[in-house]
Design a protein around this ligand. Structure first.
Ligand SMILES: Cc1cc2nc3c(=O)[nH]c(=O)nc-3n(C[C@H](O)[C@H](O)[C@H](O)COP(=O)(O)O)c2cc1C
Ligand SMILES: Nc1ncnc2c1ncn2[C@@H]1O[C@H](COP(=O)(O)OP(=O)(O)OP(=O)(O)O)[C@@H](O)[C@H]1O
Length: 326
């Protein structure tokens, strides 16, 4: 499960205004969408290199995601957008998070100017940690690890290169997105090192669920995080407004993603039935849905009775999978 600690991480947006307590530092940079296991190795290396030098550890990341600014037409939906992203990064144990507003002007900097102004002048970097495949930053997409090494030698900072990480493949945000698109939430979790999470507010559905015997909490349409392919899933439902120690904060759930074709629905929804709970009033609450196992595709049943038989089986399976899993 995701367990966010109370954050003592300093956060700012302009490298030129880096807090004095964080200079000099050890730093890394990137999008870190999803904060997957490859990213975690880079961040763990950052933490180790910072500890070795008794210096603060700082991540520089960008908002919006550079592709959203440079190529909005092919911008991917983010695995961990906005606050979810920043919480995941802050929970790693870093000391500072600089979230640079990404603009076309910022992207137009020559790669060497970007490294010098952001890291040498801005952060006073003593060591820069980067993944081995780091490339394509700055004007003309020409920045790479070799350039960073040259600049390290010229400006007196160390460069620590982390080899590609993965098991049978390079762990990447793209690979996570592909698995979610296929409904393979287990494969996505394998790369993420945790179940994939979607966050949103609970809104009213068609109020059929309670009559069916399975009241469902429907996520708003503009929920945050990639919505996996249509299907039925077992997962965890977290009521983010409740305190961490509240017994109803994290509940096992059977989750449906789809248009409810049995009812000729057209609007895609994410809805969760919290197992055996018909007493909850969740409207307006902020919740997180963590996708653990894909149970079956969404089906158009010929009758409500057939849907109910399938839902009863889904609920049994979800209970088996999730019992003792926390
Ligand atoms: C575990 C589970 C499985 C579901 N499977 C299907 C399905 O295969 N086909 C379908 O049309 N609807 C499916 N649904 C969605 C129900 O049709 C939906 O929950 C019901 O219509 C209530 O909708 P409402 O919340 O808008 O009132 C499923 C819901 C749950 C909780
Ligand atoms: N599997 C991996 N192994 C090692 N380093 C990685 C891996 N994935 C990403 N990194 C590194 O993490 C840092 C942040 O990566 P960022 O998200 O910006 O780019 P990325 O390489 O495009 O990631 P992804 O491919 O996952 O989208 C970079 O230094 C990158 O090289």
């Amino acid at each position: 499960m995701l367990g966010f600690r109370v954050s003592l991480v300093l956060r700012w947006t302009d490298p030129a205004e880096t807090p004095a307590t964080l200079r000099p530092c050890v730093a890394t940079f990137g999008n870190f969408d999803g904060v997957h296991r490859g990213h975690r190795v880079v961040i763990d290396t950052l933490l180790a290199e910072a500890a070795r030098r008794a210096l603060p550890a700082v991540i520089v990341t960008f908002d919006p995601h550079p592709v959203q600014v440079l190529h909005p037409e092919r911008a991917p939906e983010l695995i961990s957008p906005g606050t979810l992203h920043e919480e995941l990064l802050e929970a790693t144990g870093i000391d500072g998070l600089c979230v640079v507003p990404f603009t076309t002007a910022y992207a137009q900097q020559l790669p060497e100017d970007y490294i010098v102004s952001t890291f040498v002048e801005g952060l006073g970097v003593a060591a820069l940690v980067v993944g081995a495949d780091t490339k394509g930053f700055g004007r003309g997409y020409t920045g790479d690890v070799e350039l960073i090494r040259d600049l390290g030698a010229a400006h007196g900072f160390d460069v620590v290169v982390v080899a590609d990480q993965g098991e049978g493949m390079r762990w990447s945000s793209t690979a996570v997105r592909e698995r979610l698109r296929d409904g393979d939430v287990e494969g996505a979790a394998e790369i993420l090192g945790r179940p994939h999470r979607v966050v949103g507010t609970i809104v009213h559905g068609f109020h059929r669920g309670r009559e069916l015997g399975y009241p469902t909490a429907n996520l708003e349409r503009r929920s945050r995080g990639v919505v996996p392919a249509d299907g039925v899933y077992a997962g965890w439902f977290t009521r983010l407004d409740l305190p961490a120690e509240h017994p109803d904060r994290v509940l096992p759930a059977a989750i449906s993603v789809g248009t409810n074709p049995t009812f000729d629905g057209t609007q895609r929804t994410v809805e969760a039935y919290c197992l055996d709970r018909t007493d909850l009033d969740l409207y307006g609450e902020e919740v997180a849905v963590d996708f653990v196992v894909h149970l079956r595709p969404t089906l158009k049943f010929d009758s409500i009775d057939e849907l109910l038989v399938a839902m009863a089986r889904d609920v049994d399976q979800a209970r088996d999978i999730l019992s003792g899993a926390r």
